[in-house]
Design a protein around this ligand. Structure first.
Ligand code: OAD
Length: 229
């Protein structure tokens, strides 16, 4: 397989989705066994559900936290963390890249490990299997700081991601179905920037035509593509 010499590129973006964590054992969202085939997002992952029954929604997210904590970063996560001078933009909320050592990860869809209060604006980090508390000091329910269905992306995060991608010359999409916007538009943005575009995904994702497509699991493809020795 063709190898990519990172020193030939000045601005490198790695853009990851749920398939990046699949080999760690974290379920993806779509397809067989996917989170949304087992749980109705209208019951668990939208603002209306939270307003109807906050405890039910919080318990679901607690379950997801436990699943993630029982899984561990794989060689692909570690290889990314060891890559010099790359920008990592992820749709994943699982924090797996950070656990592997990546820093300054742009988390487009928020994080399972942060909560916020919609009433007083307080934010809280919480890394345990169970939430320390479901309530803010002001008495309101704490809401997972995640972009749910129907939510807008954080403007500053979206701006940062768009700026980075608009200036990139190498764009590597890893393990995303391209089903969710605006993230699904990022490969096309990189293409317009003139970047060399690579897709790593065992299945076709059907977003843009890439310069290089690798139909292999993330860890294998990454280690063959980027020889870090
Ligand atoms: P999806 O579940 O939609 O897609 C996962 C992709 O990973 C699929 O295209 C699979 O073919 C691919 N895949 C599976 N195993 C893989 C492996 N070992 N290596 C590489 N790729 C593999 O997940 P996303 O595209 O991330 O939103 O979904 C986007 C958003 O939809 C998520 O961020 C989530 C969800 O609703 C939030 O959590 C807010």
């Amino acid at each position: 397989m063709k190898q990519i010499d990172l020193s030939l590129y000045r601005r490198i973006i790695l853009f990851t989705g749920a398939g990046m964590s699949a080999e760690s054992g974290v379920p993806t969202y779509r397809g067989k066994g996917g989170v949304w085939s087992r749980y109705d997002y209208q019951e668990y992952a939208c603002q209306a559900a939270f307003e109807r029954d906050p405890e039910k929604v919080l318990r679901f997210h607690e379950l997801r936290r436990r699943t993630v904590l029982d899984c561990h970063p794989h060689d692909g996560h570690r290889l990314i963390a060891a890559m010099p001078e790359v920008c990592l933009i992820t749709q994943n909320i699982d924090g797996m890249h950070q656990r592997a050592g990546s820093r300054d990860v742009v988390e487009l869809h928020g994080s399972l490990w942060r909560l916020r209060c919609e009433r007083c604006g307080a934010g809280k980090e919480d890394f345990g299997r169970s939430y320390e508390t479901l309530r803010c000091d002001c008495g309101n329910w704490l809401r997972p700081a995640i972009v749910w269905f129907g939510d807008l992306l954080d403007e500053a995060v979206m701006h940062e991601a768009s700026e980075l991608i608009s200036a990139c010359d190498l764009f590597v999409s890893i393990g995303t179905s391209g089903a969710v916007w605006p993230a699904a538009g990022f490969p096309a943005l990189a293409r317009r920037a003139g970047a060399y575009c690579i897709e790593i995904n065992p299945e076709p994702s059907g977003t843009i035509s890439y310069d290089l497509v690798i139909r292999e699991p993330a860890s294998k493809a990454l280690s063959r593509l980027f020889d870090m020795k």
